[in-house]
Design a binder for this molecule. Sequence first.
Ligand code: HMG
Length: 445
Amino acid sequence: MTNVGIDAVEIWTGKLKLDLAETFAPEKGDDPAKYTKGLGLFESSFPDTYEDIVTMGANASKRLMERKGLEPEDIGRIDVATESSFDNSKPISTYIAGCLEQTFDGDFHHANKGERKFACVAGTQAVDDAYNWIRAGRNRGRSAIVVATDTALYKRGDPGEATQGAGAVAMLISEDPDLVELSSDQGYGSADETDFLKPNQQFPSVDGKRSVQVYLARMREALVDYESVAGDIHPEDFVYAPFHTPFPGMVRKAALLAYRHITRDTEIEEELAAEIGRQPREEAFDDWDDYVEAVQEYTDALKGTDHYADWYDATIDPTLDIARHVGNWYTGSVHVARAACLKRAYEEGRDLTGERLLVGSYGSGAQAEIHHETLQDSWEEEIAALNIDEQIDARYDLSFEEYEQVHAAHDHSKDRDFEEFTAPDGEFVFDGWGRMGERKYRFVE
Ligand code: HMG
């Protein structure tokens, strides 16, 4: 069977940052610990006035193509996943291809282009589409570029304002990939939910507390569905478990439930029995509410055990290293989580070739997807090439007043223009509107 997966990845963050503890919390009258400890977020990335989903996606894709020595003729497919599109007809992938054609010889006229929508899970769905295209033998030896790009802004005053972010992840999907091979085993948890949506509006309507519950319910369904094809999971099967990360606190909740699920009927449950008892079994209870209460008590106790803390520190915590400093990037978020844990492993000099990741994607509305990935021989070289730390450190630190201006500048309902805070350097920038209402872009040397 053809080995297909992610050959390379590049990450592009918006060039501005909002410090949540130092700048945002005092204005809201909040304890900074609500952000740093509760939500697990320190900073959010924002786009400068000349940046948007196209520039961030095109800049990440340009780095990707240059680093891999690719020309447009090597690419047979460009798919963009976004929930921040400004066009209901013309896909963002056409704008990105147009940008790239300004700087590469040749064109993408024979590449299939599209746009994927299902909230944040669309990034993984676009990777799946590319995987299926290659496995079907329709790629003629060419690779696909998948770009997950979003400007995740909430209405001013919405509780979600604390979890904003902006950035793009570009991935090259190829045969015999250098980074990870994707599994054909997959699990889904999908239901018609009304927790987070954008009915023809720029900023989402959100039922934040409910969205947290829906995330957990769909993720659990996806895990059970994945196990039905891949077999029962044991915590030691995976070196890391990157999950969709709207904010690290969300992943903390999901990780605890996942650990409870995957330790059931294992030697770990037995080892823990003396300390916290065995997991409650539904059949031992006459009353459903009593069962639920017992499960809650067990889960609270499990959280305090060394077994859980050790697994969490090793398998989950490294996946949050980047998210803590950039916020939610919607479609790109789970792909940032993958890069974060591999970056940690690279920095620690770990040998992970052949090891597996358990990857959990999620999109509101709602759908979760779980699959696994196997690290390939050249994963270290791919991860070493990332420059996300330099980008994060170089961001302009906004005052609260400046943040308000930036938010307004990116609000489509407002006609506000502000001076940029940073200077573009060797990148694509937004260059004003065309006569048919299209957005225009140019490359700045
Ligand atoms: P909130 O009401 O402002 O915050 O909104 P809170 O009061 O629930 O506090 C947050 C956490 O901080 C809590 O932790 C507090 O206890 C803790 P928890 O109890 O839940 O573990 N806390 C503190 N900790 C330490 N010291 C303190 C302190 N104060 C409080 N002093 C909410 C939180 C998530 C609802 C909000 O940010 C929101 O609406 N976010 C947007 C929706 C969202 O991100 N949902 C996540 C699941 S849905 C999803 O992932 C999909 C999405 O990416 C979209 C897509 O798919 O397209 C969003």
